[in-house]
Design a protein around this ligand. Structure first.
Ligand code: SF4
Length: 293
């Protein structure tokens, strides 16, 4: 599904190469640690997904498929039944993921933990009463400054009155207080994109923490999103400046505990690979892992 202001099209009518864009995940990376941004967006170093990240991908896919069922069938048993086929499909697409679980017991307990997250979802809302307008929605818009924003929204609910709610599922195990600022940044990003695309500021941003079985709701306003737009412009300009010189500095924090690149990070005694130069076409692309937190 796509919601875009304009999709770039070449003169021949075929899609043009995607322009560099800013995604909430990559903007968040740069704010957290410019070097982490470089490793992910410029060097594009592979990161081996953890079982928790793969579980996030699977649970997001189950919830996405759940809303494809008739409303009356969106019950826990049906959601549980989706889990195994979704995992099988992902394993076929990415055979290396099977190596995450070398013992049957580990796989069984991982699947149980995914089931608990799905059950956590059902404690927060009744999907039989909802009719989302979109799931896994690709959104893209260009700010007045020329910065292109692009990202995926887990779910978009639109009330009969036209009020919009942006919903994001959080499946990660990192302490909530650490991830909360990052999550709000991501939600403001989506709120701004939706506002620019549809001319309406979303009424509510809702973060659903499935492990904690708690929701966080937030109501943005125009003044705040206008300030946030200036923040994104500044982040993008800083990325472009660093991109020209290759000067992406490490910024050590508690979040380094979750970084896959400590071995090549100077803050931990490592040496980064030689700077490969600013990438084309798109250093801002999100990956499924970004949406699995
Ligand atoms: S280990 Fe920490 S400082 Fe180093 S790249 Fe990762 S997040 Fe940045």
């Amino acid at each position: 599904m796509t919601d875009t202001a304009t999709l770039p099209t070449s003169e021949a009518g075929t899609p043009a190469p995607r322009r560099p864009a800013l995604s909430p995940s990559r903007a968040g990376d740069f704010k957290q640690c410019p070097l982490l941004y470089r490793f992910r967006a410029v060097d594009r170093l592979p990161e081996t997904p953890t079982p928790a990240q793969v579980r996030g991908i699977v649970v997001h896919a189950v919830l996405e498929e759940l809303f494809g069922l008739p409303a009356a069938e969106r019950v826990p048993d049906r959601a549980h039944a989706l889990l195994s086929p979704v995992w099988q499909r992902l394993r076929e697409e990415r055979p290396e993921l099977a190596e995450l679980f070398t013992e049957d017991d580990a796989l069984a307990s991982w699947l149980e933990s995914a089931t608990r997250l799905i059950d956590g979802y059902f404690t927060l809302e009744d999907p039989r009463r909802l009719d989302p307008e979109a799931r896994e929605l690709l959104v893209e818009t260009e700010l007045a400054s020329g910065v292109l924003l692009r990202g995926y929204i887990d779910r978009l609910d639109v009330a009969p009155t036209g009020e919009i709610r942006v919903v994001d599922y959080k499946t990660g195990t990192a302490p909530r207080e650490i991830g909360e600022a990052k999550a709000l940044f991501q939600m403001k990003f989506y709120a701004l994109v939706v506002w620019r695309l549809r001319g309406t500021v979303p009424r509510q941003l809702r973060l659903m923490y499935l492990a904690d079985r708690q929701s966080l709701t937030y109501t943005p306003d125009e003044a705040e999103l206008t300030r946030f737009e200036r923040t994104l412009d500044a982040v993008w300009q800083a990325i472009l400046r660093a991109g020209k010189t290759g000067d992406f500095r490490p910024n050590k924090s508690r979040l380094c505990d979750w970084c896959a690149h400590q071995a090549r990070c100077p803050a931990f005694g490592g040496t980064p690979p030689e700077y490969p130069g600013w990438p084309e076409p798109d250093p801002g692309e999100e990956t499924p892992l970004d949406r699995a937190d």
